[in-house]
Design a protein around this ligand. Structure first.
Ligand code: PMP
Length: 400
C-alpha cells in the first residue's frame, strides 16, 4: 500500500534551490544549481533562441509526433557540431544519433543500451562526479565503480591515480569522461594527459563514454571544448557521447540533447540506432519537438550560428571575469598565505573550493550562500558585485 512508502531525501543539488527560496536574507546567494544568470542574477534567454522561436512561429509548424529517434534535422546538426562536419565518423555514417531528453535522458538511454547489450559490464566514473551519474546507472541496473580523479592536497587532478584505476578496471569497461569543464571540480586533463588517457583506454579495450554538457560554454569555443571527444574519434575508437543544450543554448527546461554512438562501420551504426529506438519507445515513446527545432534553426542558419557563438563567448566571459574577481578578492582578504591559484586553473561554470561539508554548511547557515555540500560553487550564479561578500564568506568558513 502507498502508506508504506517512506519520505525520499531532498535532491542534493536541486534541494539547494528549495532552501534558497525559503531564505529571506538580503545578501543570500544561490550558487547551488548550475544555471547561467546575468550580472543582475536573472535567468537569461539567448537572443538567438528568441529569433529562432520567432522564425518557428512564422512558419506555423505543427505539433505532430516526432519519430522515435527525434527530429532528423536536429540529429544531423548535433552530431556535426560535436565531431565537426568533415570528420570521417560523419562522412562514413558511423554515428548512430538519437535525440534524447537533454543530457540526463541521453545518458539514461545509453545506460539502458549498456544494460541490455553488455550484461555485467561496468561503468567507471570519476570520484567525484556529477551527483546524478550514480542515480542513472543505479536505476538502469548498470554496475559502476569510481576511479580516482580529484587530489584534495593540490585541489587538482590526481592523474596518476586516474590512470592506475582505468588500467585496473576489467577489460571492456565503459569509462565515463566529462568532455570539458568537469563537474563538480572544474578540473580538466591537459591535451597531453588526454592522449595518455586515450592510450590506456585503447590498451585495455575499454569504451570511452563522454558526457558533454558544456560544449562551447567552458572555453567559449565549440571546437576547443569538443577536442577531447575528437581526439578519441580520430583514433577510430568506438565511443558513446551524451550531449546537452541546457547550458550552451540556455534550453534547460526544453530537455534537448542527444546520444551519439560512434561505431566501426555504417552498418553497425544503423543496427545500434534501431536498438536505441527500441529502448526509447517504451520509456517515453518519442522526444519533444520545440527544443530540437530551436537547435536545428540556430545551428543550421549561418547568421544565427554566428550570433550564438558571440553570445556563448559573452556568457563564458562573464563567468571567467567573476572567477578572476573572486580570486583577487580571496587573495586580498585572506591573510593566511594560502595559495588560491587553483581557482583560476579550473574551467567552466563551477569552482571546487576545497571547502568540506562543515565549512560548506557554515557558508549557508552563517553567510546565506547556498551551495552543494561537496564544496562546489556555481560561478554562473555569482555577480561581480557579490564577489567580495563571497570571498569574506569563504575565508571565514575556511579558517573556522
Ligand atoms: N552531465 C553533467 C556533467 C552536467 O553537469 C549536467 C547538468 N548539470 C548534465 C549532464 C545534464 O543536464 P541536462 O539533463 O539538463 O542536460
Amino acid at each position: 500500500r502507498f502508506e508504506n512508502i517512506t519520505m525520499a531525501p531532498p535532491d542534493p543539488i536541486l534541494g539547494v534551490s528549495e532552501a534558497f527560496r525559503a531564505d529571506t536574507h538580503e545578501m543570500k546567494l544561490n550558487l547551488g544549481v548550475g544555471a547561467y544568470r546575468t550580472e543582475d542574477l536573472q535567468p537569461y534567454v539567448l537572443n538567438v533562441v528568441k529569433k529562432a522561436e520567432n522564425l518557428m512561429l512564422e512558419r506555423g509548424e505543427n505539433k505532430e509526433y516526432l519519430p522515435i529517434e527525434g527530429l532528423a534535422a536536429f540529429n544531423k546538426v548535433t552530431a556535426e557540431l560535436l565531431f565537426g562536419a568533415e570528420n570521417s565518423v560523419i562522412l562514413q555514417h558511423r554515428v548512430a544519433t538519437v535525440q534524447g531528453l537533454s543530457g540526463t535522458g541521453s545518458l539514461r538511454l545509453a545506460a539502458a543500451l549498456i544494460e541490455r547489450y553488455f550484461p555485467g559490464a561496468k561503468v567507471i566514473i570519476s570520484s567525484p562526479t556529477w551527483g546524478n551519474h550514480k542515480n542513472i546507472f543505479n536505476d538502469a541496473r548498470v554496475p559502476w565503480s569510481e576511479y580516482r580523479y580529484y587530489d584534495p592536497n593540490t585541489v587538482g587532478l590526481d592523474f596518476d591515480g586516474m590512470i592506475a584505476d582505468v588500467k585496473a578496471a576489467p577489460e571492456g569497461s565503459f569509462v565515463l569522461l566529462h568532455g570539458c569543464a568537469h563537474n563538480p571540480t572544474g578540473i580538466d586533463p591537459t591535451p597531453e594527459q588526454w592522449k595518455i588517457i586515450a592510450d590506456v583506454i585503447q590498451e585495455k579495450k575499454h569504451i570511452p563514454f563522454f558526457d558533454v554538457a558544456y560544449q562551447g560554454f567552458a572555453s567559449g569555443s565549440l571546437d576547443e571544448d569538443a577536442s577531447s571527444v575528437r581526439l578519441f574519434a580520430d583514433r577510430g575508437m568506438e565511443i558513446l557521447v551524451a550531449q546537452s543544450y541546457s547550458k550552451n543554448l540556455g534550453l534547460y527546461a526544453e530537455r534537448i540533447g542527444a546520444i551519439n554512438v560512434v561505431c566501426s562501420t555504417a552498418d553497425t551504426a544503423a543496427r545500434v540506432k534501431s536498438q536505441l529506438k527500441r529502448l526509447a519507445r517504451p520509456m517515453y515513446s518519442n522526444p519533444p519537438v520545440h527544443g530540437a527545432r530551436i537547435v536545428s534553426n540556430v545551428v543550421g542558419n549561418p547568421e544565427l550560428f554566428r550570433e550564438w557563438k558571440e553570445e556563448m563567448e559573452l556568457m563564458a566571459g562573464r563567468i571567467k571575469s567573476v572567477r578572476q574577481k573572486l580570486y583577487d578578492s580571496l587573495c586580498a582578504k585572506d591573510k593566511s598565505g594560502k595559495d588560491w591559484s587553483f581557482i583560476l586553473q579550473q574551467i567552466g561554470m563551477f569552482s571546487f573550493t576545497g571547502l568540506n561539508k562543515a565549512q560548506s554548511e557554515n557558508m549557508t547557515n552563517k553567510w546565506h550562500v547556498y551551495m552543494t555540500k561537496d564544496g562546489r560553487i556555481s560561478l554562473a550564479g555569482l555577480s561581480s558585485a557579490k564577489c567580495e561578500y563571497l570571498a569574506d564568506a569563504i575565508v571565514d568558513s575556511y579558517h573556522n
